[in-house]
Design a protein around this ligand. Structure first.
Ligand code: CA
Ligand code: CA
Length: 508
């Protein structure tokens, strides 16, 4: 048989056998946690963090303890993960635009769509994309996906939006600087210890229903996106009771830590609703914030436990790949700030756990991994057709043997020209104005002592510079919120449309 006829014949066989093969494929349970740093029991980011369900999930699979987001902010991180492209390749750096409004990305096949195109049913609830299950990014900025009616849905079926849920009538903490944003709040809520009114509780309930009623003739791609511990960090009293009400909960900080970080590091989070540590301390909110964040993490952990129980009870745990990820880290006083938008481990390191068929249980992997690796990894694990347009690396070698070297470091970008390169032992940061940081992560895991500029480390820096993105696009049209640009000719930065000059005082 001539080659092209043979190819056509094989294609026919493949097409005919598709429904049968699809039923044999593993399900995917895709779990996202918003703003979750490494304060997870087995990850060791906080010695008191109580996450028994995430630890059980990790024991059933492989947990990456050196995994990093590709952008330290919701919209760009999630866009990168779900498209399998670096933020520097999409130009999506801010909370807007929703990527479907960008001409080059409009028809790009996102991860859940790829699975739906290959025999999977796809469903989602809560915060998967920045705009939930696939509408526009942000409120009032950028276009909603519904404006382009020919657009394929991101998911075939969508559930509740989730989000904050039950809210106190007014903020529980004093007015915060830089705009007193209503999201900047935390504390015990609701007061009656009832969790059922919380958005994340409803997200879990809907997901449990989907698991119970999953069709038997088709594998599923089911996505559950939890909102907490994103601010406002409201949790009921029982979750606070897991943590001592004293200063032993506070993270370690180093006074004067920012003395050796370049001024440009401030530009990345120049003016934000998230209060600085100075305000948090002055208003006696540090312990409250830390306990609130931990309480929310434990609450979300319990919701994830409900999903795992549902999988066990439905008898499909053995045929379901679970992937769990956080979209970026969060500072709780470290380096003088709260919030995200940084290129240090506290801002970039995230939980990343795989469990299920093809994943060796009980492994901890120290190799650097990136969230955009999830797309090619799931493709390989599930045996759906590969794609040639993905920028991540499949982690299946590490899922079989956690010691296997991954051929490159993890790279996080926050706007054009600002990149963090995280290898097994080092973190190198390059800012748009050419300033740099280097940390010895083995001996200085809190990144307190910037070694850039010391001649003995010139080779290490050079080695890490090799990995700076070769494609480094300016912001996509209609970019807004957390967008930073820099003009080397004038040495002026522009943060959210406002010029920042060398002499300007750092906003508090
Ligand atoms: Ca987020
Ligand atoms: Ca320092």
């Amino acid at each position: 048989m001539p080659f092209c006829q043979m190819k056509r014949f094989l294609l026919l066989i493949a097409t005919l056998s598709l429904p049968l093969m699809a039923a044999d494929k593993p399900n995917i349970l895709f779990i996202a946690i918003d703003d979750q740093n490494d304060w997870i029991g087995h990850m060791g980011g906080h010695p008191m963090a109580k996450t028994p369900n995430l630890d059980k999930l990790a024991a059933r699979g492989t947990s990456f303890l050196n995994a990093h987001c590709n952008a330290p902010l919701c919209n760009p991180s999630r866009t990168s993960l779900l498209l399998g492209m670096r933020p520097t390749s999409t130009g999506i750096y801010g909370l807007s635009p929703w990527f479907r409004t960008v001409r080059e990305l409009k028809d790009r096949v996102a991860l859940p769509q790829h699975f739906a195109n290959h025999g999977y049913s796809s469903a989602a609830t809560g915060k998967i994309y920045h705009g939930g299950t696939g509408s526009g990014a942000g409120k009032g900025k950028g276009k909603k996906a519904s404006e382009s009616e020919d657009q394929k849905p991101e998911f075939q079926l969508t559930g509740p939006f989730g989000g904050v849920g039950s809210k106190p009538p007014q903020k529980l903490i004093p007015a915060t600087p830089m705009g007193n944003n209503p999201l900047m709040d935390w504390g015990v809520w609701p007061l009656d210890n009832d969790d059922t009114g919380k958005g994340d509780y409803q997200v879990a309930s809907w997901t449990v229903d989907q698991i119970k009623n999953a069709p038997k003739d088709k594998p599923f791609f089911l996505a559950a996106g939890f909102f907490l511990p994103h601010v406002p960090c409201y949790a009921t009293q029982k979750w606070f009771d897991l943590y001592p009400d004293d200063d032993s909960v506070l993270p370690k900080i180093f006074e004067g830590d920012r003395d050796d970080t370049p001024r440009f590091s401030w530009y990345l989070h120049w003016e934000l609703p998230e209060p600085r540590l100075k305000w948090i301390k002055e208003n006696n909110q540090w312990r409250n914030l830390v306990r609130s964040y931990l309480a929310c993490t434990s609450f979300v952990d319990a919701q994830i436990g409900r999903l795992m129980t549902a999988l066990d009870e439905a008898g499909i745990a053995d045929n379901t790949i679970i992937v769990l990820w956080g979209d970026h880290g969060w500072h709780l006083g470290e380096k003088g700030i709260s919030g995200k938008n940084t290129l240090w481990d506290r801002g970039t390191k995230v939980p990343l756990i795989f469990a299920g068929p093809g994943v060796k249980p009980g492994q901890r992997c120290m190799q650097p991994a990136e969230l955009l690796d999830i797309y090619p990894t799931l493709i390989e694990l599930a045996g759906v057709p590969a794609r040639s347009d993905l920028e991540g690396l499949s982690l299946t070698p590490q899922l079989k043997d956690a010691q296997t070297t991954r051929e490159r470091p993890a790279i996080t970008s926050h706007n054009q020209g600002n990149h963090g390169v995280r290898s097994e032992n080092w973190r190198y940061i390059h800012y748009a104005d050419g300033t740099e940081e280097l940390y010895d992560m083995k001996n200085d895991p809190h990144e307190w002592h910037n070694l850039a500029g010391k001649p003995e480390h010139a080779d290490i820096i050079k080695e890490h510079q090799k990995w700076l993105p070769k494609v480094d696009l300016p912001p996509a049209p209609n970019s807004a919120s957390r967008v930073l640009t820099y003009d080397p000719k004038t040495d002026e930065a522009t943060w959210e449309g406002k010029t920042v000059k060398r002499g300007d005082a750092i906003p508090e």
